[in-house]
Design a protein around this ligand. Structure first.
Ligand SMILES: Cc1cc2nc3c(=O)[nH]c(=O)nc-3n(C[C@H](O)[C@H](O)[C@H](O)COP(=O)(O)OP(=O)(O)OC[C@H]3O[C@@H](n4cnc5c(N)ncnc54)[C@H](O)[C@@H]3O)c2cc1C
Length: 388
């Protein structure tokens, strides 16, 4: 395929081998809520935990296309593991690589190598979509920052050693934009006594260590500020704009597996005297799933290609890819369950888990509606920029 090179295919082969031999083995235990700490370390050793982080900071230095291929392959084996790696390797590590400095790069290296876990802590009970209204505060006291607040839904949060936390460092805005955006700062906080976490019981993508995070007067120095005081909004947007392409690759991997499982099942299952796959209605359903899957794949790879080419059109395409991939992966998973009949509704089948896992693709890293809001702004000339 023109968008991808021989090198990307080599990365795919290695990632698939790791996924089939190692990730498949934890897919069920993750679904039973076990966090795969050892496998994270192993993925770090393999150099696929933080795919885009350069070698001097502990990663393999892949481009984003290779990064999405890794995420696709991991998610094909387990949506939970794929999402966990996306949050750690892209939202946390890729962002810290872009904005971090000094000792922050030591933390990045630990995380990229799998020796420590990093989490991206933006969402709060008050506000996920309306991130500009966040309420976590960082106040200046005695020559240092004191950070207090309550974060929600944080992937890897239960086990994280480092948190990239977004906090208010000035007057609150009205939310939804304007002033609120100008008083947000990103901090890199190391886990300590001031941080408490509480697990969240999820419908799907279980085992990702999703948690509420309570920050109780955490001390931070100026050296813990990431990207500059009151520049957190740019740090956050950078993370989420890249993350939207990356998380679409998780949706892609889940949908690809759903299609494969459906073809396999349709060959095996017999109905009305012949294999399901010999019924034209089943063939048409499979063809339609495949067409949607490949359209999704093209959007995701193209978006990553635009990022790699430093093309500003990336901003449109990353949102288009996310807005298409989330709902389409959900539709494909629903068709897969349908094709499996009763078996598709049982905890035995892979597609049952995929159906639960995939729903979050319409919610996390910006809901469908948030993607629409951004695309509408871009369409009507709103002032949105991406600084590569
Ligand atoms: C499994 C999982 C993992 C997550 N991991 C992380 C993580 O690692 N780090 C992190 O910071 N966050 C994380 N999140 C949080 C996620 O990003 C938020 O849940 C998401 O952004 C939506 O925010 P919310 O839940 O507050 O919903 P709300 O913002 O309250 O939205 C509720 C509904 O209202 C809609 N809505 C909101 N505003 C508008 C509007 N103006 N017009 C029309 N409709 C609107 C939304 O689209 C949605 O359908 C995770 C969430 C989940 C479920």
């Amino acid at each position: 395929m023109g968008l991808m090179s021989e090198e990307h295919e080599l990365v795919r082969r290695a990632a698939r081998e790791f996924a089939e031999s190692r990730v498949e083995a934890v897919a069920k235990s993750m679904d039973m809520d076990q966090y795969p700490r050892d496998l994270i370390r192993e993925a770090g050793r393999q150099g696929i935990l933080a795919p885009t982080v350069p070698p001097e900071h502990g990663g393999p230095g892949y481009d984003l296309r290779a990064g999405v291929v890794v995420l696709e392959e991991l998610s094909r084996a387990s949506g939970s593991f794929g999402l966990l790696v996306e949050a750690l390797g892209v939202l946390f590590a890729h962002t810290l690589n872009r904005f971090g400095a000094g000792d922050q790069m030591k933390a990045l290296e630990e995380v990229a190598r799998g020796d420590a876990v990093g989490a991206f802590a933006l969402s709060e009970p008050c506000c996920g979509s309306d991130a500009a209204a966040l309420e976590t505060r960082a106040e200046r006291r005695g020559g240092e920052w004191r950070v207090s607040g309550h974060k929600m839904w944080i992937t890897n949060g239960q086990h994280a050693d480092y948190f990239l936390v977004f906090a208010r460092t000035g007057a609150e805005g009205a939310g939804g934009g304007g002033e609120g955006r100008r008083t947000v700062t990103a901090f890199l906080l190391r886990r300590g006594k001031c941080i408490e976490t509480s697990p969240i019981d999820l419908m799907g993508v279980r085992g990702i260590g999703d948690a509420e995070v309570f920050l109780n007067d955490c001390a931070a120095g100026d050296e813990d500020v990431v990207g500059g005081v009151n520049s957190g909004w740019s740090v956050m947007n950078y993370a989420l704009y890249v993350g939207r392409t990356a998380v679409s690759a998780v949706a892609l991997g889940l949908a690809a597996r759903a299609v494969e499982e459906s073809v396999r099942w349709a060959r095996e299952r017999r109905a009305f005297g012949r294999a399901l796959i010999d019924h034209q209605a089943a063939q048409f359903k499979l063809a339609s799933m495949y067409q949607r899957l490949e359209t999704m794949r093209t959007l995701v790879y193209y978006s990553a290609y635009l990022y790699d080419s430093r093309d500003p059109y990336f901003l449109v395409m990353t949102h288009a890819a996310k807005l298409y991939s989330g709902p389409t992966a959900v539709e494909i998973a629903r068709d897969a369950v349908q094709m499996h009949g009763g078996y598709g509704y049982s905890r035995e089948s892979a597609v049952e888990r995929i159906y639960r896992d995939v729903k979050v693709m319409e919610i996390g890293e910006g809901t469908n509606e948030v993607q629409q809001m951004v695309l509408f702004k871009l369409l009507t000339g709103g002032r949105l920029r991406f600084e590569f």
